[in-house]
Ligand binder design. Structure first.
Ligand SMILES: [Zn+2]
Length: 282
């Protein structure tokens, strides 16, 4: 298993992945998902994929569109979808997200519950987050604040300033990716938060045509599937707890909702009280 090296020069000792602080000098702030994305082999492989994708787009006369997409992706945000009921509960206290997301997100955010998916999730998590599976919360990368409705009608948009230092981004739904790659992760498919545009280009540039418009970008990055297994997205991994203060805004979809008017009103009032902006998504 890979090890990390303490970043403080005076220490600089190695330690196992998954620890939140250096066990030698006790300095905190180690986020293993970010550290793993920062490994040289990962960064080099990502840069290679990114350059190849860009060059291929230039050859197809789509270089300008790809530059534009990259600029947009630089401003992309992480979105977690939850049910209206859960969102109301989370908004009702500044401790709620902290205490409940741990169980909820790990269990539900990627694929429906079920024995097969549970088993696949355990396998994927063990490969991707060795020793720190229980630390990771999942979100989807979005350009328009719209997340994956298969996980709930409320799209909780996370603040960059609260997660950027502890978030990494992955090529796609990690369960499906890991299964396809027999639980061996090829380098170049994950990125630190500030490199998420690079990862996005490496994946998405191939879909850009001369006729692609900026208005097409959000659906290129995140496409709703009939089931969550068919959702297309870049997966965001956030280390550690999330509270109401991590929310930038909330989008409420009534499209597929079993939302009663009373519940909708309750969510809106609780978000207002928590000073979190919300809007109804079309
Ligand atoms: Zn140290």
């Amino acid at each position: 298993m890979a090890t990390l090296k303490c970043r403080y020069k005076q220490c600089g000792r190695s330690f196992p992945i998954g620890l939140e602080r250096c066990p030698h000098c006790a300095r905190p702030g180690v986020f293993s998902n970010v550290e793993e994305a920062r490994f040289n082999t990962e960064r080099k492989a990502l840069t290679k994929r990114y350059k190849a994708a860009r060059n291929a787009a230039v050859d197809r006369n789509c270089g300008d569109q790809v530059i534009r997409l990259e600029e947009e992706l630089d401003g992309s945000q992480a979105v977690i979808n939850r049910s209206a009921l859960e969102t109301a509960r989370l908004a009702s206290s500044d401790r709620e997200l902290y205490s409940t997301f741990y169980q909820l997100l790990n269990a539900e955010v990627r694929l429906p519950a079920g024995k097969v998916w549970d088993r696949l999730r355990i396998l994927a998590d063990a490969a991707l987050f060795p020793n720190y599976q229980e630390r990771i919360r999942f979100a989807a990368l979005s350009l328009d604040g719209v997340g994956l409705f298969n996980y709930g009608d409320c799209a909780l948009v996370l603040r960059d300033s609260m997660i950027g230092h502890r978030a990494s981004v992955f090529h796609e739904n990690s369960i499906l990716f890991l299964r396809r790659h027999h639980y061996k992760i090829p380098p170049g498919y994950r990125a630190v938060w500030r490199d998420r545009a690079k990862l996005g280009i490496a994946k998405l540039a191939v879909h850009i045509k001369e006729s692609t418009l900026a208005a097409d970008f959000p659906a290129l990055l995140l496409r709703q599937g009939e089931t969550s297994a068919k959702d297309q997205f870049l997966e965001v991994h956030v280390w550690g707890p999330l509270s109401i203060y991590c929310l930038d805004r909330v989008g409420i979809s009534k499209r597929f909702a079993s939302l009663s008017p009373a519940l909708l009103l309750a969510v809106q009032e609780l978000l207002d009280e928590a000073a979190v902006k919300w809007k109804i998504l079309l």
